[in-house]
Design a protein around this ligand. Structure first.
Ligand code: NAD
Ligand code: DAU
Length: 341
């Protein structure tokens, strides 16, 4: 089996590639990645010399490039993935997340091969009570979420119109090794380590449903191998937490691991202006994948968070290179004024 993994130099797909190569010794993986600000080949340093792994630097919007690649199944992780950036500029989100998905659908159709779309719970919008299941209406609220919902609808249309063997997964918030520091959990860990203000949007009571990245990767693999073409599978770990609770947990654990004073670190918490259109709560019902594909999350949240903090502490070179690059320009634009008020 030759898997085409798009966006393989990003957070989740790099974890998936490592997992796929180790759990399927007869598989080959082609990683197609444009290497945007979020793509980082250092995420795959330990496997880059494997003769079952190939890297192609390229854009999923480049149809000509796709014509020349042979594969048996495509897993589409490539995306612009950060909500705050989609508020600043939605264009790259529409380009990659919608047009790029269209190109990959065409490539999969020509080869009559399996297509797995890695989507998100954000397509369902915000929910006050209850949980998102696979037939919840799509009510995206950010340009990012709208672009992902659009690509999901395109995938659906290729299933209905062309009988493409496609499946969609919609997962909740991931955390774990190699996550780009713009996202909440690595941002809090790094700001705690570096004793910088920790920005909390609004009242800190927005709820996200967190899953350890490897559990997400295993779920994707289960869908690829056991999923029914045409189906949608929600993925989540039944682990809802308000942001402020997570931030305090990270601070306490970081203080414990580094033997620091947690009161001093708590003082870094800084409430800032809210994100525009900030979804109040996400909550996934993963009963379908649990029941039909015999998948369950394995990582307890506290254990996953400790493992993640320790990974960032031991991989300073990885994040120092990011913090010394273009990322800080975005960081200052996003937080500069807000942290002054
Ligand atoms: P990420 O931002 O860390 O990585 C995205 C990767 O895609 C990068 O390597 C980037 O270089 C690549 N890329 C971007 N545009 C490209 C293009 N035009 N052509 C080729 N490569 C391109 O993202 P992530 O957080 O790992 O998310 C991966 C996927 O999972 C996304 O589709 C996202 O919507 C989805 N998802 C993420 C989460 C989460 O919590 N992070 C949860 C559910 C679903
Ligand atoms: O739910 C899945 C989605 O999770 C994925 O589809 C997205 O790709 C991924 O980025 C993530 O989106 P969120 O917007 O939920 O994640 P983020 O880490 O940006 O924010 C998590 C919560 O923390 C959210 O309520 C906003 C808040 N937040 C975030 C940042 C970066 C803060 O309070 N302060 C911050 O500095």
């Amino acid at each position: 089996m030759k898997l085409l993994v798009t966006g393989g130099a990003g957070f989740i797909a790099s974890n998936y590639i490592r997992y796929a190569l180790s759990s399927h010794p007869d598989y080959q993986v082609i990683n197609l990645d444009k290497l945007t600000y979020a793509g980082n080949l250092e995420n795959l340093k330990d496997i880059e010399s494997s003769d079952r792994y190939t890297f192609i630097k390229g854009d999923i919007c480049d149809g000509k490039l796709l014509e020349g690649i042979e594969f048996d199944a495509v897993l589409n992780f490539a995306a612009e993935s950060h909500v705050d950036r989609s508020i600043l500029d939605a264009r790259p989100f529409l380009q990659t997340n919608i047009f790029g998905t269209y190109n990959l659908l065409e490539a999969a159709l020509q080869r009559k091969c399996t297509f797995l779309q890695v989507s998100t719970d954000e397509v369902y919008g915000s929910v006050e009570k209850d949980f998102f299941n696979e037939i919840s209406p799509l009510q995206p609220n950010s340009p990012y979420a709208a672009s992902k919902a659009s690509s999901d609808l395109l995938v659906r249309s290729y299933i209905e119109t062309h009988n493409l063997k496609a499946m969609i997964t919609r997962c909740s918030n991931n955390y774990g090794p190699y996550q780009f520091p713009e996202k909440l959990i690595p941002l809090v860990i790094l700001n705690a380590i570096n004793k910088k203000p920790i920005p909390v949007y609004g009242d800190g009571m927005n709820v996200r449903d967190w899953i350890y990245v490897i559990d997400h990767c295993k779920a994707i693999d289960a869908v690829l191998h056991k999923g029914t073409p045409g189906e949608v599978y929600n993925i989540g770990a039944r682990n809802e937490k308000p942001n402020i609770d997570i931030i305090k947990l990270i601070i306490n654990k970081t203080a414990e691991i580094l033997n620091l004073d947690n009161v001093g670190l708590m003082d870094l918490i800084t409430f800032v202006d809210d994100r525009k259109g900030h979804d109040r709560r996400y909550a996934i019902d993963p009963a379908k994948i649990e029941r039909q594909l015999d998948w369950t999350p394995e990582t307890n949240f506290e254990e996953g968070i400790s493992r993640t903090i320790k990974w960032y502490i031991s991989n300073e070179q990885w994040w120092q290179r990011i913090l010394s690059g273009n990322y800080m320009q975005y960081y200052n634009e996003q937080y500069g004024e807000r942290l002054k008020n």
